[in-house]
Design a binder for this molecule. Structure first.
Ligand code: ADP
Ligand code: MG
Length: 316
């Protein structure tokens, strides 16, 4: 990737009073109900929220794909369409098929030719791990490879801002790991990245900041470590006699511990770590149950209203 002058990135992303309402069969659907967010150039931010929170609707307006019913969007000081046309934004949307009957290299080359200052095609194929499949027809790619090709299409314009809407959905664990490592390398070059996810773990591992959305509003916004501490705590319950709770509170991943008769209740900052440590040191622990760490609880806490369509916020 070649270095670009940072002058044109002044202002980052600004969303002011953004509103979008859809007409549904049973009345209006308030998908986005007034969002004010600024993302500085060079920042890596996660738009975190359950399905239906309004993440994709927000992203579509940010990319100029749909028009807000209220409020404004600017990207690097420009209206979204202008920023897209100038090659400043690369995007990977939630869905979208690849053109068939062309090779991966041909497709990426075509895309590169649309932009004023594209990345070298070989470099785009290299960083996305597609070099070995460059001559493969797009319809022969696996789900994970297709996602990587879509990723190559998003970065080949050499954008200042990369927008990714739930990019790892079709990927297996290994694919996700690779994907995020490429994304982080891209972000490390000083580019701005905004990605939508409904996994707290993905936001925590890959973003500096999490913007938590629910019901079309931002309900929390801050460093991922803070957001995680606020919403990510889980409770581990187990039957385990004769161990002092203060000893259990010192296990890795455990913040505090209580005893109720034969049962112990551990409040965990990292329940994976906690359960491993617990079983290793106290093999007699049984009837183990882990609860919490879901967005649902977080939203109940933050908004005081339950969300019917909330999905579990657990590691993919
Ligand atoms: N084109 C559309 N027409 C009607 N309703 C829509 C449309 N797009 C999204 N919605 C609704 O808006 C809300 C927010 O959707 P979306 O932005 O896709 O959420 P997310 O990406 O966070 O899952 C949902 O209730 C969804 O059903
Ligand atoms: Mg979405």
């Amino acid at each position: 990737m070649t270095a670009q002058a940072p002058a044109q990135t002044d202002g980052g992303i600004r969303l002011n009073g953004l509103i979008k309402t859809f007409r549904g069969p049973h009345g209006p659907i308030h998908a986005v109900r007034g969002i004010d967010v600024s993302i500085a150039a060079g920042e890596t931010a996660a738009l975190l929220g359950p399905n239906g929170a309004g993440k994709s609707t927000t992203i579509d307006m940010m990319l100029g794909l749909s028009k807000p019913d209220g409020g404004t969007v600017t990207v690097f000081g420009r209206p979204p369409r202008e920023a897209v046309d100038a090659g400043l934004i690369g995007a990977m949307l939630q869905s979208g098929a690849l053109i068939r009957d062309v090779s991966v290299r041909e497709l990426v080359t075509m895309m590169a030719s649309l932009y004023p200052d594209p990345m070298d095609v070989d470099e785009a194929l290299e960083v996305t791990g597609l070099k070995a499949m460059a001559s493969q027809r797009t319809q022969k790619l696996s789900g994970g490879e297709t996602q990587r090709a879509r990723f190559a299409l998003a970065i080949v314009s050499n954008p200042e801002l990369l927008v990714l809407d739930e990019p790892t959905v079709a990927m297996d664990v290994e694919g996700r790991r690779e994907f995020w490592s490429i994304m982080r390398a891209f972000a490390a070059r000083g580019r701005t990245v905004l990605f939508a996810t409904h996994y707290l773990e993905e936001a925590d591992a890959n973003a500096d900041r999490a913007i938590l959305m629910a019901h079309g509003r931002v309900v929390a916004d801050g460093p991922t470590t803070e957001i995680k501490a606020r919403v990510g705590r889980r409770t581990l319950r187990a039957t385990l006699e004769d161990v002092d709770p203060s000893t259990l509170a010192c296990l890795p991943g455990v913040a505090s511990a209580e005893r109720h008769g034969d049962a112990v209740i551990l409040s965990c900052t990292d329940s994976d770590q906690a359960i491993r440590a617990l079983l290793e040191r106290y093999p007699a622990a049984r009837d183990i149950e882990i609860t919490g760490g879901s967005l649902e609880e977080a939203f109940l806490e933050l908004t005081g209203e339950p969300d019917d369509e909330v999905s579990e916020l657990v590691a993919p």
